[in-house]
Design a protein around this ligand. Structure first.
Ligand code: XMP
Length: 575
């Protein structure tokens, strides 16, 4: 369900079939208006789409490598957005037909997109080392509006003069008579700008990221662009998304059986409810598989409570702990450790891959068992996964825009070579809109608002080899942390919280003896979708109590530390 506007025969007009598909997309959304988002490879591409769609405006992602200005004219968007990306207009320009910028269609460049616009109008873009402070900008900075006239500066209409903005850029646009500067930050003389010449006044750009929550008034800036600059008037409802997905599942599943991996989180639960709706609660068609091994203490209870004893789904709990532990050993099973006194250090990447193999195998086995139980051939089963767009994107997939995309981490549920058809109804969603779809179809709020938990589970929250003991310690620490958060009313005030079991030892005194204990790191972040995050500001007395409980109640723990770093640069999970 990922739709990227691509021209398969560059140089020729895009096909009538694609135009018909776009018309259909508009029809189901009850709109004739569309914003075209050229994804230049940013980790935030989808977030821009999500933010625009939250405003009720239809946004379609376009491939900058194949869509020409003639194609743009044909699909007639009301506005264009150029996203950020990992390339640099100075030495590695992203693919884009620059004549698109000359069409007169209102355009907003974000980060790399602004730099592309600046270059197009004739302003200079330099490496940030030439900026006044010599620093590149990563993280939150204060932007000051420098252009007061709201007819010139429609982007910032109605906003206060100063605001926090999230920046993450290496290159810098230099002031130029070709640009009207709309805002500046300490290190970026051009934090927002508009083309100065009459023929460039439809071109706007911001150096910061309005699509992330760290940017104050980011959604107001995008709304000003859509409604104020582009003149959008029509919108669609989130409920329609749920209906589109239900209908899509109904057609894709046909009369086949369904196996769905359940984790008690919002994504897999929403997918299960979409399937329930698509199959009209028909019994005997759906198997929910809960794989127990690297899960949180409460997960099994949640799955049993919400998916056990129901007519439309059979629930199977598979305890795969021993398979996972075997796969996650420091040495392969056939390598006796006496032959290798120097133990290999197993990396997160290796653990993620090993976990993925076992996860795949367990599901394939369950597909075989379920098909046999129903007297149906294996290929009459489809597997449903709650994969989000975020997972695809971080694994280096995502919208196929032809631009280079960095791989952040390989997700366990992306790119598995299943032997049966795989359906991922939420793979065009991030956490937030996945949750909204869940709400629209009545998924219990208790499931929707649980903290996100990574698919590989505690594996990515344990440094080095994963052992039964370390899993026990991670669970015990997680339970203390989450119980305390719930108890003091902080659970729903933070977006996600967890613990990390390090391999570091600390000297500690428990009783009269000096011993060595493990260091645990516990963390909590605020975020809307995990793309960016800020360490939650929690009272010191509360943190001290959690730390005391961990060191007192878990024999092996010598110290517990609270993490205060933000994302970027730190990712939410340690692995
Ligand atoms: P990071 O660590 O990349 O995490 O800042 C962003 C969000 O994604 C979750 N996460 C994962 N979820 N499979 C998942 O299903 C994974 O491999 C994975 N890695 C990270 C993480 O918990 C956070 O909410």
């Amino acid at each position: 369900m990922i739709y990227t506007l691509t021209n398969k025969n560059p140089g020729f007009p895009i096909s009538a079939a694609i135009i018909a598909q776009i018309d259909e997309e508009k029809r189901v959304r009850h709109t004739r208006e569309m914003i075209l988002l050229f994804g230049l490879g940013s980790q935030f591409d989808h977030l821009i789409k999500q933010e625009i769609e939250k405003l009720g405006v239809f946004c379609m992602v376009a491939d900058p490598a194949t869509i020409s200005s003639d194609d743009v004219k044909q699909v007639a968007p009301i506005g264009i957005i150029l996203s950020g990306g990992p390339s640099s207009v100075v030495d590695e320009p992203p693919p884009l037909d620059k004549t698109i910028l000359g069409l007169g269609i209102p355009t907003l460049g974000i980060c790399l997109g602004l730099q592309g616009i600046a270059q197009y109008v004739g302003a200079e873009v330099t490496s940030a080392s030439q900026s006044p402070s010599g620093y590149r900008e990563f993280g939150t900075h204060i932007a000051t509006i420098t252009e007061d006239s709201s007819s010139v500066n429609a982007l910032f209409r109605g906003l206060p003069r100063m605001m926090d903005v999230l920046e993450s850029h290496g290159d810098c646009v230099q002031p130029s008579p070709k640009l009207t500067i709309l805002a500046t930050t300490e290190n970026a003389p051009v934090a927002a700008a508009r083309g100065a010449a009459k023929e460039h006044q439809h071109l706007y750009g911001v150096q910061f990221h309005p699509e992330v929550e760290e940017t104050q008034f980011g959604s107001r800036i995008l709304a000003n662009f859509c409604f104020g600059v582009c003149g959008a008037k029509e919108s669609f409802r989130a409920q329609d998304e749920a209906e589109i997905k239900t209908e899509w599942l109904r057609q894709e599943i046909g009369d086949k059986l369904v196996v769905i991996g359940l984790s008690a989180g919002s994504d897999s639960s929403t997918c299960a409810h979409l399937v329930k709706k698509a199959l009209n609660d028909q019994p005997g068609r759906v198997l929910g598989v809960y794989i127990k091994a690297t899960d949180r203490p409460e997960d099994e209870e949640f799955v049993r409570r919400h998916f056990g004893n129901q007519d439309w789904i059979e629930l199977k709990v598979v305890d795969a702990t021993s398979q996972f532990l075997k796969a996650l050993r420091n040495q392969p099973w056939w390598w006796p450790s006496k032959w290798c006194p120097l133990q290999r250090r197993i990396t997160m990447k290796q653990k993620r891959r090993a976990m993925k193999r076992v996860y795949h195998q367990v599901l394939e086995d369950e597909i075989t068992i379920f098909a046999a139980a129903k007297n149906r051939p294996r290929d009459e089963v489809v597997i449903i996964q709650g994969t989000l767009y975020t997972d695809l994107c971080e694994s280096g997939h995502g919208y196929n825009t032809g631009a280079r995309r960095a791989t952040i981490k390989e997700h366990h549920n992306v790119g598995i070579p299943f032997s049966v058809k795989e359906l991922c109804p939420l793979d065009d969603c991030v956490k937030d809109n996945g949750r909204n779809i869940g709400r629209a179809i009545g998924v219990p709020e208790e499931l929707l608002t649980r903290h996100p938990f990574p698919g590989p589970g505690l594996i990515v929250r344990i440094e080095g080899e994963v052992t039964a003991d370390k899993l026990r310690i991670a669970r015990a620490a997680d339970k203390i942390w989450i119980d305390e958060l719930r108890d003091k009313g902080f659970y729903h005030k933070v977006w996600q919280a967890g613990v990390f079991v390090t391999q570091s030892g600390t000297t500690c005194t428990k009783g009269d003896d000096a011993t060595s204990g493990l260091v645990i790191i516990f963390w909590a972040v605020n975020s809307t979708n995990g793309f960016t995050a800020r360490a939650a500001d929690l009272p010191m007395s509360f943190l001290r109590r959690v730390s005391q409980r961990m060191t007192n109640e878990i024999r092996e723990v010598g110290a517990a530390a609270y993490r205060t770093s933000d994302k970027p640069p730190t990712t939410i999970e340690f692995g």
